[in-house]
Design a protein around this ligand. Structure first.
Ligand SMILES: [Zn+2]
Length: 318
């Protein structure tokens, strides 16, 4: 059965869940952020209690059980594979690392997490933690984490600019720096091992829990710390760039789309985030896409056309 594309309504992580969050998601994307410290808008999520819904309030997992492969695609089996967030880091986040699928299955009974970031806005001198300094010795890292001193000297810091793309495979040490708004596509998992939290304390003087043993277990020392280089794809209806082609997801940037046709993909769903305003036309319907709106594109989708200046398109095989 053909299904029309539909706008997703996000859920939020905010307040004490994201003490590092801010108000940029409301300012830039008119998100109904519940708190001046809103760190995350979960644009496409089946994480329990943080599920995104369609505009009628039906959760994505209910829609998946209703429509099955017509929605998710013939190649998507088992758990729904992806999670998409917009993130506002008013302050820097803790330094963390995620496990791969085999470690996460054995230890957490969950998927691992590989993720990627696209920088949407940032202050002029913003940077991220992106891997470890070359030649970092596991023993030195362990001693630094356990004592809480010297960790900062072992981290690789990368300056960021709007439009930069960073691939963060499982095992890569990373942290979003302060003053950054980004798009994050990732495996649908919430397994995070926190290495180091800059020795911060909350108002009551407590530090956040660390997971040093697990973090050291899964950290990889052999990863490339160069940012991703977009590759232009030919398309008569837009400027199309392949940003990432990974085992878990593909990511494209679409610029200046004018009546860009989409047809059903069968194998997998995809998800489109409009960073500028725009619209789609599907049969007789015209659906307006406000800035920051995310559109779910079912695998067995009705044909439609997209007009928008700037979008990101992601999916298992988009
Ligand atoms: Zn992460």
């Amino acid at each position: 059965m053909k299904i029309s594309p539909f706008v997703l309504k996000p859920t939020f992580r905010y307040g004490s869940q994201t003490p590092w969050g801010g108000s940029e998601l409301a300012r830039l994307f008119h998100k109904e952020a519940p708190d001046p410290r809103t760190g995350e808008s979960l644009e496409m999520s089946v994480i329990p209690s943080l599920e995104s819904t369609d505009e009628n309030g039906t959760s994505l997992s209910e829609l998946i059980s209703q429509y099955g492969a017509d929605l998710t695609g013939t190649a998507v089996r088992g758990e729904f594979p992806l999670l998409l967030k917009l993130i506002d880091a008013r302050e820097r986040l803790s330094v963390q690392v995620h496990p791969d699928d085999s470690y996460a299955a054995a230890n957490e009974n969950k998927l691992g997490k590989t993720e990627a970031w696209v920088i949407l806005a940032c202050k002029p001198d913003a940077s991220i933690v992106y891997g470890l300094k070359e030649g970092t010795d596991p023993g030195v890292l362990k001693a630094a984490c356990e004592s809480g001193t010297g960790v900062e000297d072992l981290l690789n810091y990368a300056p960021v600019h709007v439009g930069d793309v960073f691939y963060i495979p499982a095992g890569m040490v990373h942290a979003i720096g302060e003053g950054i708004v980004l798009y994050e596509i990732q495996q649908s998992s919430d397994v995070t091992y926190r290495f180091y939290d800059w020795n911060r304390t909350d108002a009551a003087g407590n530090k956040r829990a660390l997971h040093i043993r697990q973090a050291l277990d899964v950290t990889r020392y052999d990863l490339d710390t160069g940012k991703a280089v977009p590759r232009e794809l030919s398309d008569p209806n837009c400027k199309r760039e392949l940003l990432l082609d990974t085992p878990h997801f593909k990511l494209q940037r679409l610029l200046d789309c004018l009546n860009l046709p989409f047809t059903s993909h069968e194998e997998s769903f995809s998800v489109l985030t409009a960073l500028s305003g725009g619209f789609i036309e599907c049969d007789q319907d015209k659906i307006h896409l406000a800035e920051g709106t995310t559109l779910f594109i079912p695998a067995n989708c009705r044909d439609f056309r997209l007009t928008a200046k700037h979008c990101l398109l992601a999916g298992p095989a988009c």
